[in-house]
Design a protein around this ligand. Structure first.
Ligand SMILES: [Zn+2]
Length: 67
């Protein structure tokens, strides 16, 4: 099941819910104030939640001084 992010228009609280597509389409209530005036946010679902951090720094090819 995908995680949907919402933001409440009433209390402006953003929350994430793990729900099915059907449930998301039906309607979502704000867990904080209980308002149904929530807006679904688009989560990139990438470039995040990635514990692996393997950045190998090396010399940049191409860019060479000269002139
Ligand atoms: Zn709310």
């Amino acid at each position: 099941m995908p995680i949907y992010e919402y933001i409440c228009k009433k209390c402006h609280d953003n929350f994430a819910l793990l729900q099915s597509v059907e449930a998301a389409e039906k309607g979502t209530k704000c867990p904080r104030c209980g308002s149904t005036e929530v807006k679904k946010l688009i989560s990139p679902f990438s470039c995040s939640l990635s514990p692996d951090s393997g950045s190998s720094a090396g010399g940049s090819p191409g860019f060479s001084g000269g002139g």
